[in-house]
Design a protein around this ligand. Structure first.
Ligand SMILES: NC(=O)c1ccc[n+]([C@@H]2O[C@H](COP(=O)([O-])OP(=O)(O)OC[C@H]3O[C@@H](n4cnc5c(N)ncnc54)[C@H](OP(=O)(O)O)[C@@H]3O)[C@@H](O)[C@H]2O)c1
Length: 350
């Protein structure tokens, strides 16, 4: 399969290329950047030296449709709307990593992003790219929208509980921690090393945008409106997410009941690992042990006194949270083995 990457000079674009250069069924045909046209990719993404001698091109839709069977868009949200539309109209398969086609209801863009979606008709064509939930739709889709990094990490943790109506859906609290690569390759005053290093910084304690995606997916499976209270924090790691999802059980459940629930939902999934151990030091999910891999680790603990079930989930924001999910989605769309190009165990210690 011949693929292109738009926005290949960024962090997600770089991670896409890292995975694609070793994918046995894929050839990278075109990569774009506005700033670096004509430059070798490995000059901007130095870790790819020796893996590819491709150079950056400008964004040219006709060339992309001549050269590629499928295109990944890894550009900032708000800028993918037009790019995806142009590719879609040319009949191309697209996997978008921005937020621009994740939400199904156009008014939700106004609510969460503050702008009107220019192509509401295309939102119904886009499949939310979590194969663990939408595999059959992804297989048939021309446009797949990869989930937000914190959103997918939380959705995978909460989905089985909401699906089986086991928790109080008025009180779901998601406390997320995320590393600096989540903010992209560009620098802002607050992402400068001197101001970012050492932080545990709340950055959107209420109404974070990913809440919209989490609510959308949980509402869809519950068949009733679900409200989620989400508070993300920037922490001093480069890659990784930990979501501490606080839920309140409708009825008491044992450790075994909950274990079985997650086994039933994810027992056959290659990229969701259940982590709950009484020995050793890996007792609960921890981003330290997923970095570099496409795993989302899920575990839990029960606070009987308060009917509280704490579900913990960890992922690498650039992998399961972005490029790893995109490759997984491509594999599903193309009929490849879902693990193709993703058989990486986590990098440790890191
Ligand atoms: N970082 C994460 O952990 C993460 C996780 C999940 C999803 N995402 C999403 O993935 C997308 C990319 O994120 P990132 O972290 O890789 O950001 P990034 O490092 O800032 O990269 C953005 C890329 O988009 C290009 N670009 C910027 N404005 C553009 C425009 N108007 N038209 C075309 N290209 C443009 C930039 O390249 P040039 O300036 O060279 O053109 C750059 O290659 C975003 O939508 C982000 O929300 C990020």
């Amino acid at each position: 399969m011949k693929v292109g990457v738009i926005g290949a000079s960024g962090f997600v674009g770089g991670e896409m290329l890292r995975l694609l250069v070793s994918h046995p069924k894929v050839e990278i045909s075109m990569v774009t950047s506005r700033q670096y046209v004509g430059e070798y990719v490995s000059r901007i993404q130095p870790s790819l030296k020796g893996f590819t001698d491709i150079t950056f091109s400008e964004l040219d839709y006709d060339k992309l449709s001549d050269k590629c069977d499928l295109v990944f868009t890894a550009v900032p949200h708000g800028t993918a709307t037009e790019i995806v539309k142009a590719l879609y109209d040319r009949g191309m398969k697209i996997i978008d990593l921005s937020a621009d086609y994740r939400l199904h209801n156009a008014p939700d863009y106004d609510k969460w992003y503050g702008w009107q979606h220019p192509y509401p008709e295309l939102l119904s064509k886009s499949v939310f790219g979590v194969p663990e939930i939408h595999r059959e739709q992804i297989k048939k889709s021309q446009l797949v929208s990869c989930p937000g990094c914190m959103a997918v990490t939380s959705i995978l943790a909460l989905y089985p509980l909401v699906k089986k109506n086991l928790i109080d859906t008025e009180h779901i609290i998601v406390d997320s921690k995320i590393g600096s690569s989540g903010a992209g390759a560009g620098s802002l005053a607050g992402t400068h090393h001197a101001l970012r290093s050492g932080v545990i910084r709340p950055y959107k304690p209420a109404k974070h945008r990913h809440t919209g995606e989490i609510e959308q997916e949980l509402t869809e499976v519950a068949g009733k409106k679900i409200h989620v209270s989400m508070s993300p924090h920037a922490v001093d790691i480069v890659r990784g997410i930990l979501c501490t999802n606080h839920t309140f059980l409708n009825n008491p459940m044992s450790e075994m009941d909950i274990w079985k629930l997650y086994r039933e939902q994810y027992g056959n999934e290659k990229f969701v690992r259940l982590i709950r151990d009484k020995k050793g030091f890996y007792k609960f999910p921890d981003p330290k042990f997923v970095v570099g891999s496409n795993f989302c680790d899920v575990g839990f603990d029960i606070d009987e006194d308060n009917h509280r079930l704490v579900v913990l989930s960890a992922s690498d924001n650039l992998m399961k949270g972005a490029a790893g999910s995109a490759i997984q989605n491509m594999n599903v769309m193309a009929g490849f083995d879902e693990m193709e190009g993703l058989r990486y165990s986590p990098l440790t210690p890191v």
